[in-house]
Design a protein around this ligand. Structure first.
Ligand code: HAM
Length: 422
């Protein structure tokens, strides 16, 4: 029987993990600049955490969660996203009591959603996300957006579009909700059964239904923007002004509602506008979630954050032809010509590595020519040849591959010589 990687997941082979590592370190470095610290939460949580926060009428909760009963009869769910777990940890560990507020956190790890597989959509994907919890200042909204843009720009992406919207506060959403019900109710029979349920429970969710996306009533639906009260409009203006002072270009899209229930005020997405980028163009999504902490039993703690998948970031880099991750060629490769030389090679390898030299040798007992070829293939900068003659002299010949020169070097000085060549 042949086994295959599960649908919607993938193996990352060393060829790919190089670019992953490059992106990961770029992300960590950017978070350090903005002073966000890493948090790691478990891969699974109590199911109710997600139904409460993400919302039980959302696609994520209704169709996409990997939920199962553990052996103790508890319902647990593989995390479909990172915000709810981070806010749960913030409440549980009373991070609201720390002297430095807001608490600025970031995370990077696998998330799970049972979705139809397509380019850029997986069942296991890695999200990098940040959450700034404990401030209701529009300036932190702009900071969070700036951080996301910065990661993409540092990675080398140029074709980006930032789209923002305001979902307003409770009052705004209530007025908008009533308007949506009035708009959809007369024709709700033409919509899918999920939308029919959503009409009463959460009509906003109708707007991001994947099934009824093209229904004409979607285009004419009342826009949240028309229902923003003065306070919400003022908040949104300040976020826009902060973005402008950071020199970050944006478009306002009144139809941007996001697919999770915890959002209010600022919502945003970053898209790739690169030619040849797949059907899914959203690279990153985020927004403000005042009230989420209270919803899951914590104190008042307004928050904002975003998440992006590393998979989509790498796809965008590919679409723009940007290569990340250095060639990983070693400083040295040891060619040993007989058994005694091989024993000496093992010892020398240990010594070189202890001195911080990246080095490798032949483990297949190949002939000299094949060993030289192997050294060439992996791009070794120096080749160290050990044979009977060399052993006799207590030296090895060290070849500088770039210049084609060669010299006999006493064993004790090989590390130094190789380092000079690299
Ligand atoms: P989201 O829009 O559901 O938001 O997901 C954010 C990002 O995760 C997407 O823009 C995309 O890059 C990636 N993503 C989502 N689903 C998939 C998938 N099936 N395959 C590959 N990538 C995917 C959230 O998850 C919120 N927690 C973001 C947030 C943080 N809001 C505030 N703080």
């Amino acid at each position: 029987m042949m086994f295959k990687v599960p649908r919607g997941t993938k193996d990352l082979l060393p060829e790919e993990t190089k670019s992953w590592q490059a992106v990961e370190s770029l992300i960590r470095e950017t978070c350090r600049l903005y002073r966000y610290e890493e948090i790691r939460t478990p891969i699974f949580e109590q199911t109710e955490l997600f139904t409460r926060s993400v919302g039980d009428t959302t696609d994520i909760v209704q169709k996409e969660m990997y939920t199962f009963e553990d052996r103790g009869g508890r319902s647990v769910t593989l995390r479909p996203e990172g915000t709810a777990p981070v806010v749960r940890a913030f409440v549980e560990h009373k991070l609201f009591g720390l002297p430095n507020q807001p608490v600025k956190l970031y995370y990077m790890g696998p998330m799970f959603r049972y979705e139809r597989q397509q380019a850029g959509r997986y069942r296991q994907f890695v999200q990098f996300g940040v959450e700034a919890i404990g401030s209701a200042s529009p300036a932190i909204d702009a900071e969070v957006i700036a951080l996301a843009m910065d990661v993409y720009q540092r990675a080398g992406l140029e074709n980006l579009k930032l789209v923002i919207n305001s979902l307003g506060d409770k009052e705004t959403r209530e007025a908008h909700r009533e308007a949506l019900i009035r708009h959809f109710e007369p024709s709700i029979g033409e919509f899918c059964s999920d939308c029919q349920k959503r009409l009463e429970k959460n009509p906003l969710r109708i707007l991001d239904c994947k099934v009824d996306r093209d229904h004409p009533l979607m285009k004419t639906a009342p826009s949240l923007t028309d229902y923003l009260n003065e306070e919400s409009a003022q908040y949104f203006n300040e976020v826009k002004a902060a973005l402008e002072s950071l020199g970050i270009a944006y478009e306002v899209d009144p139809n941007l509602v996001r697919g999770l229930d915890y959002y209010n005020h600022t919502a945003f997405e970053i898209m790739s506008t690169a030619k040849g980028f797949g059907a899914i163009t959203t690279l990153c999504g985020g927004g403000r979630y005042n009230g989420l902490s209270e919803e899951i039993g914590g104190p008042e703690a307004p928050g904002i954050g975003f998440a992006m998948s590393i998979e989509r970031l790498l796809m965008a880099l590919e679409a723009e032809g940007v290569k990340l991750g250095n060639e990983d060629s070693p400083d040295a490769f040891i060619v040993a010509l007989d058994d005694r030389s091989r024993r000496e090679a093992v010892r020398l390898l240990g010594e070189l590595r202890a001195a911080g030299v990246t080095a490798d040798m032949d483990y297949l007992g190949r002939k000299m020519k094949a060993q030289m070829k192997a050294a060439d293939r992996i791009g070794a900068r120096s080749v160290i040849v050990i044979g009977e003659d060399e052993l006799e002299k207590g030296s090895a010949s060290v070849k500088n591959m770039a210049e084609g020169t060669q010299e006999l070097v006493p064993f004790g000085e090989i590390a130094k010589t190789v380092k000079q060549i690299s």
